[in-house]
Design a protein around this ligand. Structure first.
Ligand code: DGJ
Length: 729
């Protein structure tokens, strides 16, 4: 059983294959966190808690004569408010009398088989054969009757624990939530941790940063209305000396696409608290009597095997329990060519067909018609919202265009940006009130567009109808769903003044409703998410889309960093990657090697390629198909860190049975008369013999892993190598 409730000791222990997590209903029925880390079997970790009379850390009234008991100095499973715990809070609720108190006591514990679900938000799921148990602990405030319901699911084999939170107003007057964190995790001994996060910017998403945790609150979050380019809702807490291969690492991945907050606080007594959830900025949510508010899910993983071990846990779990699309593992993804960097908005049906014809010779399976096909759109100043074909450009109509592409033996894909509207659009002219703007205050423009008020049901219904109509009109195989600005002017004319603090979150709920409908109505379509590159690359988006555009930055050398950072949590199979004209000094073969660590496609004018280039592209497309099962189904290893000074970047994919591997190297820097360099493989069978690129000579797994492969010197800059290792005995 993954969850054990010892009623006598009042401990609840969650067990995965290699980790344990324990909490305890302690003094005065407060819920304490006791442990998260390597398996402890049935140990009772209560002995870890020590109580002292801590000055300026108050005592709950009932224990006023026992001055050693203070919530400020105890590890909490979900911290209270105004009960003497001065660390960052898990909840801020304004009760109907204006007070801010919440002192939740454990009143109920329920253990069930299977995975819990949320009604309003996406969650991971259990597959047939998964051993999953769930726990619900209700914390109730004795005065206000506000309940915080803590949800946990334990995926034993996967070494994953998920958490989510619900707030139920069991009182008889409305309350207002101002902060509600999905997870609160207190480490009783919190010194010696580092924090790893994935900050970035447009064109440079998910760069990796590691910092020592000091005695203050480290804050990571987004207030852009989306999970953003600038930060990612994923962090790692790791041992100060953790490396790729060794050391304790805790991962926290929030399944939410809107404003989020992660706070990590090392307190005065070296206890460490991590909270993660919806960002409290401009968040005030009314919960009426008997209503329930749901917070998003957090996917937690623990390993002692360093960053690689942690990435493997997330990659495996996300490849099986996150997204239901058949393209995750049942149907091979096509090699696509996207029209954006080939033509931007300057195309018509003839040009698209010509690109497709040329791309066919490069081994491409699918043509994507990107931005510019609808309304009267010739540049980015008009037409968002007018989801009907621009017949000045697509003169033959969409149906006929798709037929022509299909006749070439290729599939067809299309671009949308459903959440946005241009002022110069029929939609805006007929429904100006659907755009997110505050009366009397002209809205902030970004790319000269405004966000639609996705919290409105009529807006959601319009988008569902229009997008579904296009998808039903022609044989569409692929959709790219884009969003190209951060949100401002947060206000909805459907809500009264006192409920405007709900709009950020309601936008996301509306978005999920629209996506859910369109995707479920079209289970045979491959969806790819995008936000001006990889601006909303998060687990919730990957619940809907099996792949996400990593970045608008297609420069292959920058891409090495982009894929490296993204791979800390998100699987290679989710990373949208294309060969483009960007990086003119980089040979096309090297570009191909780089984007083979992703979904592999093209984004260039195929009609301009030389015969030689077409030939190379065809070979590379075929190689991608040949190695697909290794790249998409295998284990991924970061062999070097592109953020560190070095002459090459290397990575590797290894099939689960270790019989095949693809080891890739890109020379990023040349040194005159430098030493011979070696790349050490990982994940092979030490006692097996491997051929390299079909060689007669065989090499032992242990030799390749311990001594490494010599990488040819005296090569031109940006040369790449791809070593296909095959177990021969
Ligand atoms: C941003 C995307 O990241 C690009 O790939 C392209 O689709 C443009 N938007 C189109 O406007």
């Amino acid at each position: 059983m993954g969850i054990v409730y010892n009623k006598e000791k009042k401990t609840i222990t969650l067990h995965t294959k290699h980790s344990s997590y324990q909490m305890k209903i302690g003094n005065l029925d407060y819920l304490f966190h006791l442990y998260y880390g390597p398996s402890i079997c049935d140990a009772d970790m209560s002995y870890q808690i020590r109580q002292y009379d801590r000055g300026f850390s108050g005592n709950p009234y009932e224990s006023r004569n026992e001055r050693t008991f203070s919530l400020d100095a105890q590890p909490q499973e979900f911290s209270t408010q105004q009960q003497g715990d001065f660390r960052t809070t898990s909840i801020e609720v304004v009760n109907s009398d204006g007070s801010y108190s919440f002192g939740g006591k454990a009143v109920d514990v329920t253990i069930t088989g299977g995975k819990y679900k949320l009604n309003t938000l996406p969650t991971v799921f259990a597959n047939e054969g998964d051993t999953v148990d769930s726990l619900e602990v209700i914390l109730s405030d004795p005065v206000t009757k506000v309940q915080v319901i803590l949800l946990y699911s334990v995926f034993e084999e996967a070494d994953i624990i998920t958490r989510a939170v619900k707030v139920k107003n069991a009182g008889d007057t409305p309350i207002h939530l101002k902060k509600i964190m999905s997870v609160c995790l207190d480490f009783i001994n919190g010194s010696g941790f580092d924090l790893v996060s994935l900050p970035g910017r447009y064109g440079q998403e998910r760069q990796v940063e590691r910092q020592k945790i000091n005695h203050h609150i480290h804050t990571i979050g987004s207030v852009r209305g989306s999970s953003s380019h600038q930060q990612n809702p994923f962090v790692i807490l790791c041992d100060h000396d953790a490396t790729e291969d060794f050391g304790a690492c805790y991962g926290f991945c929030l399944m939410y696409s809107g404003n989020f907050l992660t706070e990590v606080e090392l307190d005065q007594y070296d206890q460490l608290r991590l909270v993660m959830g919806i960002h409290p900025k401009q968040f005030v949510y009314e919960v009426k009597p008997q209503e329930v508010f749901e917070g998003p899910e957090v996917i937690m993983a623990f390993t002692e095997n360093g960053f690689t071990g942690l990435s493997h846990l997330y990659h495996d779990f996300f490849r099986s329990n996150l997204c239901e699309s058949k393209f995750v593992s049942k149907v091979q993804r096509p090699v696509l060519i996207n029209s954006w960097e080939a033509a931007f908005m300057d195309f018509d049906d003839v040009k698209l067909v010509n690109i497709a014809k040329a791309a066919k010779k490069m081994g491409v399976d699918l043509l994507v018609m990107d931005d510019g096909w609808f309304g009267k759109r010739d540049d980015d100043n008009s037409s968002l919202g007018d989801w009907y074909v621009n017949e000045n450009k697509i003169k033959c109509g969409l149906h006929k265009l798709v037929e022509q592409i299909n006749d070439l033996g290729m599939k067809f894909g299309i671009w949308f940006e459903p959440e946005m509207v241009s002022e110069d659009s029929d939609l805006y002219r007929s429904h100006p009130d659907w755009a997110m703007q505050i009366p009397g205050r002209p809205a902030v423009r970004s790319r000269n567009q405004i966000a639609l008020d996705m919290s409105r049901k009529d807006v959601q219904d319009y988008l569902i109808e229009k997008v579904n109509a296009i998808l039903d009109d022609a044989n569409i195989y692929y959709v790219k769903w884009d969003i190209n600005r951060s949100l401002t002017d947060i206000w909805s004319n459907q809500l009264p003044a006192e409920r405007q603090g709900e709009v950020y979150h309601r936008y996301i709920l509306g978005l999920y409703r629209v996506m859910d409908n369109i995707i479920k109505t079209h289970p045979d379509i491959l969806f790819e998410g995008c936000s001006g590159g990889g601006g909303r690359y998060d687990a919730a988006m990957l619940h809907y889309y099996p792949q996400y555009w990593v970045s608008d930055n297609n420069h292959p050398i920058d891409r090495l960093k982009l894929h490296y950072g993204t791979s800390f949590v998100y699987p290679i199979s989710t990373m949208g990657a294309h060969i483009s004209d960007s990086g003119r000094l980089v040979p096309i073969k090297t570009k191909a090697v780089v984007v083979m660590c992703g979904t592999f496609g093209y984004e260039l004018d195929a009609t301009h390629l030389s015969e030689e280039e077409v030939k190379i592209c065809k070979e590379q497309s075929d190689l991608f198909r040949k190695y697909y099962h290794i790249i998409f189904g295998g284990d991924y290893y970061r062999l070097s860190n592109p953020f560190e000074v070095g002459n090459m970047t290397a990575w590797q994919h290894v099939t689960k049975d270790k019989s095949e591997s693809l080891l890739s190297v890109v020379v990023t820097n040349l040194t005159c008369n430098g030493p011979q360099e070696y790349v050490r493989a990982k994940g092979l069978k030490p006692d097996a013999m491997y051929s390299i690129n079909g060689s007669k000579e065989l090499y032992s797994g242990s030799a390749l892993m311990h001594a490494g492969l010599p990488i040819e010197r005296e090569v031109p800059e940006y040369t790449s190598f791809q070593f296909y290792l095959k177990k021969e005995g």
